[in-house]
Design a binder for this molecule. Sequence first.
Ligand code: HEM
Length: 216
Amino acid sequence: MDTPFSTQIRVASHEQHTEAETSPFMGHLLGGRLGVEAYARYTEQLWFVYRALEDAAGSLAGDPVAGPFVRPELMRTAALERDLAHLRGPGWRDGLTALPATAAYAARVAECAATWTGGYVAHHYTRYLGDLSGGQIIRDRAEKTWGFDRKGDGVRFYVFEEIANPAAFKRLYRELLDAVEADELERRRIVDECKRAFDFNGAVFRELDAEFPLSA
Ligand code: HEM
């Protein structure tokens, strides 16, 4: 098949992307209808997922499949921790809990990192390319809804300080996807794992929606 892998994976996940964008929790968040508590709870969930992605980064740096994707300018854990300190205060770690869907998501990321680097790439793509894209829309809404400083504490997760040109970076990222060392069958498995990654995100949104129902 001649279709570049970056196109295959984007096209295959397009429908689920639309579902994620239009999920009730995201809709309410972007519509400014949720309190900052819901945003903080969501940010906590992201922390668990990025810990799983980034704890593995060191050991995957030399891996022929995942290694090229491990890039310091993408790392989000430190930014998330600053946001959480701002949202929850210095004791943000106390009482921090993963929703069941988040725990399952992070466990799957860690499992892929340990046993199947192609799967790790699928999770990497689903999060980081999304953060570089739609993440910027979420940042803008969060700043306006809850009054965070522009690109400041509370939304640092969405600010890639070390990526001056996100469009160029995304092009480079797609080139890395196209060059992934994997045959057609393995590429299909990676695409399936990407769909699973979207499923995990959808499940987290549903649990957040259940925790923060709109009263009217
Ligand atoms: C309301 C929430 C969201 C909005 C507004 C949004 C918006 C966008 C937009 C505008 C793009 C296109 C960027 C481009 O063409 O360069 C994009 C790409 C992407 N988004 Fe989202 N998104 C949202 C949620 C999500 C979620 C929850 C995920 C998965 C966790 C996700 C994953 C992705 C990925 C992987 C891409 C890259 C597609 C590609 O070019 O290969 N997005 N998003």
